[in-house]
Design a protein around this ligand. Structure first.
Ligand code: MN
Length: 480
């Protein structure tokens, strides 16, 4: 029979009539339905969701994926206090450290106490007058600085407290030395939980942050790396870091945060950078109650695309713990595993990685999560039963290494997340061809004039030593 049809000279017309017929039937069918049904039918037929709603199935480590980890901790940091009743408690860093030690992770990584950042180092980003103010102001003399406290945004959120400047120097020193070790290829991962203070501005304190250790660390990385990716999973927008690199394509910033009537109020989808930096700032504005599955289904596609198209040679991951379920200030619903999945995913790319802390106001959960994540970075999944440690009583009544999701409502619908992904991918299209920069000579440190005498073991360890020593490193550093 088919032979008859194919030899029929008017076959084409016949098929055209058939086709017209099916169109007519389709038209009948769709006009009988309501407009809404018609639209949804059209969507199913022609628009596939970019957002893929896959359940969260926990964390899997790859075998033999051991990295050289350098962990920075200063035992003084837990002694600083913002003041009675303040949500930010540096003590959580000491709690984290005690857990890490008692899980035996010190056997797996190198532990350092960084040299506190100097004024000169701080002023690579901040203004001299702001840093000068931070170094001078105390609880006793603060009344003499009435004008400055307004100008530099010192208030109840960012109060003056005992040892404020030393606290900033410790936080900044860890991130700068971590970056320096990564630069010299001495480690694959550098960790500084005293850092991550992403709200601090060039000349202003903000949101519990005074010194932007992240910006200082990234500036250090930029001496060796053509492109640095900054990822921020704190529940708040990483505004200070975004602002610092808003006009450059050498740093891509990507922040996931609660947006809408929430501090600091910035970070909407359409804020993408300006000038050379256009499309090199990525913002993922989220609603209350995001859970492990939705977070992963947004985080992995966005970061995956950035890795593919931007091709960073170093990554800084801010691990703010206020995105965890049950945080005193946050409103997300991530479990410890959902949070740690971001660390595991970023680690899987095998790019030099700096891990910094950040927010996190339910101390026991922050300590649990950062300890668990330190395990992952050393390629171990820690036992769920907490070892005895200095703050064991904080972890009752269960004494487990776990933060669970609650039954709170997830206000992030698949449709909402789909729209975000579509927008972000559209913007990222413009970054497909990774920008390059010619790095002929590694710029000198401000205080390092390149004397070979400076190449003591300590100088090499903290700052990379002289220009001569660094030139030797550059020769063997053949990443690009
Ligand atoms: Mn964030």
């Amino acid at each position: 029979m088919s032979g008859v049809f194919s030899s029929f000279p008017y076959g084409a017309i016949y098929y055209a009539i058939l086709d017209f017929d099916s169109c007519f039937l389709f038209w009948l069918k769709t006009t009988k339905n309501t407009t809404i049904q018609h639209i949804s039918q059209k969507n199913i037929l022609s628009v596939k969701m970019v957002y893929n709603d896959i359940p969260f199935d926990g964390i899997k480590l790859r075998e033999n994926d051991k990295r050289r980890v350098a962990y920075f901790y200063d035992a003084d940091v837990g002694n600083y206090a913002y003041g009675a009743g303040h949500a930010m408690k540096p003590h959580r860093i000491r709690m984290t450290h005690s857990l890490i030690m008692n899980y035996g992770l010190y056997k797996k990584m190198e532990i350092y106490r960084a040299k506190p950042a100097t004024k000169q180092e701080m002023c690579q980003f901040h203004t001299d007058e702001y840093i000068d103010f931070l170094s001078r102001v105390t609880l006793d003399n603060v009344h003499q600085f009435a004008k400055e406290t307004v100008k530099f945004n010192i208030n109840d959120d960012c109060p003056v407290f005992d040892g404020l400047y030393e606290y900033c120097a410790i936080s900044g020193g860890g991130s700068m030395e971590g970056a320096a070790r990564l630069n010299r290829g001495k480690c694959d991962v550098a960790i500084n939980y005293a850092g991550g203070l992403h709200h601090a501005k060039k000349s202003e304190a903000s949101g519990f942050c005074y010194l932007n250790d992240i910006v200082l660390g990234i500036i250090e990385l930029l001496r060796f790396h053509p492109r640095v990716l900054y990822i921020d999973i704190d529940v708040h927008h990483g505004d200070g870091v975004e602002e610092a690199f808003y006009t450059t394509d050498r740093v891509m910033t990507c922040s996931f945060h609660k947006y809408g009537e929430f501090f600091p109020g910035t970070g909407e989808l359409r804020d993408v950078g300006v000038g050379k930096g256009k499309n090199y700032s990525v913002n993922v504005p989220l609603r209350d109650g995001i859970d492990d599955a939705s977070y992963k289904n947004v985080f992995e596609p966005v970061i995956g695309k950035i890795m593919e198209w931007y091709q960073p040679s170093a990554v800084v991951l801010q691990c703010g713990g206020d995105s965890l379920s049950g945080d005193r200030l946050g409103c997300f619903n991530l479990s410890m595993q959902g949070h740690a999945n971001c660390v595991n995913y970023v680690k899987s790319f095998g790019i030099p990685l700096m891990i910094v802390g950040g927010g996190g106001y339910t101390m026991r959960n922050v300590a649990r999560t950062w300890c668990y994540e330190t395990g992952i970075l050393n390629n171990v999944l820690l036992d769920e039963n907490l070892p005895y440690n200095d703050y064991f009583e904080y972890y009752g009544p269960d004494y487990k290494l776990d933060v669970r999701q609650s039954n709170m409502f997830n206000a992030n619908s698949p449709k909402y997340l789909d729209n975000i992904l579509i927008n972000i991918f559209e913007n990222l299209e413009h970054t497909k061809y990774a920008p390059s920069v010619q790095l002929n000579i590694v710029p000198n440190d401000k205080e390092n004039l390149g004397d070979v005498e400076e190449d003591t073991a300590e100088a090499l360890d903290t700052k990379g030593g002289s220009q001569y020593a660094r030139d030797n490193i550059v020769e063997t550093y053949n990443e690009y």
